[in-house]
Design a protein around this ligand. Structure first.
Ligand code: GRF
Length: 196
């Protein structure tokens, strides 16, 4: 299975996915790392890992989401992915784009969905006084952060946690969860991966 990974920043999740796919027994291979920001730190990491990269800067498109997504689609059609992994990708995709890839596009979100869709998830969990938090990998559907859950990992919230300390604890679990989910998904198995 051919996998394209979309990033916006440092790409730490992308690195773990690519490293895991280096295993010859893995049913998938990385064919493209695509960023919406030419300054995304993950691009250099992808190049160092030998993965082809591309950039579609969203800013020249200003508010024209459809035109931005047509440019994304053009890059993706060149790479012919079977699966798209959104990994720290910070652009909202329209229903039209999602429908083209629905069933073949995954996202990782730093909360225990359905709690805390959207942004600032760690601050919101702390604000709510949650004692448990975590991350979710789900299939992407037109509704933001809402598709079928393919995996979750849980972390304890600790006294004195800040959004930053909690985010770091969650990110370590994201790096375990996303590779485990992609292995299973690429093998055609949608049984959720539940990590503690
Ligand atoms: C992190 O906040 C992570 O929780 C979320 O996207 C952000 C960047 O991740 N999934 P990455 O290092 O670019 O993979």
């Amino acid at each position: 299975k051919r996998v394209a990974i979309l990033i916006s920043g440092g790409g730490s999740n992308m690195v773990r996915l690519v490293e895991d796919m280096a295993d010859p027994d893995h049913p998938a291979e990385p064919v493209l790392v695509l960023a919406n920001d030419p300054a995304a730190g993950g691009l250099e990491k992808a190049r160092a890992l030998g993965v082809p990269t591309a950039v579609v800067d969203h800013r020249p498109f200003r508010g024209d989401r459809a035109a931005f997504e047509a440019a994304l689609q053009a890059e993706l059609e060149k790479a012919r992915p079977d699966i798209i992994c959104l990994a720290g990708f910070m652009r909202v995709l329209t229903e039209g784009f999602v429908r083209k890839w629905q069933g073949r596009m995954l996202n990782i979100h730093p909360s225990l969905l359905p709690k805390y869709r959207g942004l600032h998830t760690h601050a919101r969990a702390l604000q709510a006084g949650d004692v448990e938090h975590g991350c979710t990998v789900h299939e992407v559907t037109p509704e933001l952060d809402d598709g079928p859950i393919l995996g979750q990992a849980r972390v304890p919230v600790k006294p004195g946690d800040t959004p930053e300390t909690l985010a770091a604890r969650v990110l370590r679990q994201e790096h375990r969860l996303y590779p485990a989910v992609l292995r299973r998904f690429a093998a055609g198995d949608r049984t959720p991966v539940m990590l503690d």
